[in-house]
Design a protein around this ligand. Structure first.
Ligand code: GLN
Length: 182
């Protein structure tokens, strides 16, 4: 089986956890992305959770912001989790957008403070048709609204927690912090 080369943006945040999960998936070869060269080797990329303002600053410092946006608009599959979702959004309520590639508006820390972190279960048919997935939220954003080609995959507590738009997937929660490889 040919393995798919999946980069994990490795500037800050839950990088190791994603790389660990990828190491358990036979069809995937995960590796950290910190440079343009590493980005060019990636066939798909994960933007991890962390702190979105720090990530934005580091993306600029490492000169990755423009090349990453270009790869994504050229169709490279991308999955933004939590802070990664904020990086993808065209609109950040009361804040600055970064890559501005997904037709979503997000609210940072919307599900509450660190102490309010929680987990939930949901069936996300597009990811795992029958089994409920455990979803872990840590100072998570939610999506206020979607437009254009973005469509809602899952709502938790009446708020949008997962969105898909063509090659782009954004989730409020941290799949890398559960045992699921779905
Ligand atoms: N609260 C963080 C932010 O706004 C995101 C939290 C996370 O990625 N777990 O950037």
């Amino acid at each position: 089986m040919r393995t798919k080369k999946i980069g994990v943006l490795a500037l800050q945040g839950s990088v190791e956890e994603h790389l660990h999960t990828l190491s358990q998936i036979e069809a995937a070869e995960g590796f950290p992305v910190r440079t343009k060269e590493e980005l060019s080797r990636a066939e798909a990329i994960i933007l991890p959770g962390g702190e979105s303002t720090t990530l934005r600053k580091l993306l600029r410092e490492f000169e990755l912001e423009d090349p990453l946006r270009r790869r994504i608009t050229d169709g490279m599959p991308v999955w933004g989790t939590c802070a990664g979702m904020i990086l993808l959004a065209r609109e950040v309520e009361g804040g600055e957008s970064t890559l501005s590639v997904m037709d979503i508006s997000v609210r940072r820390n919307a599900y509450g403070r660190q102490s309010d972190s929680f987990s939930a279960e949901a069936v996300i048919p597009e990811v795992s048709p029958s089994d409920p997935l455990r979803l872990v939220f840590i100072r998570a954003p939610w999506v206020e609204r979607v437009w254009g080609d973005a469509h809602i995959l899952c709502e938790v507590g009446g708020h949008i927690a997962a969105v898909r738009q063509h090659n782009m997937l954004a989730t409020s929660f941290h799949p890398e912090l559960t045992n699921s490889t779905a």
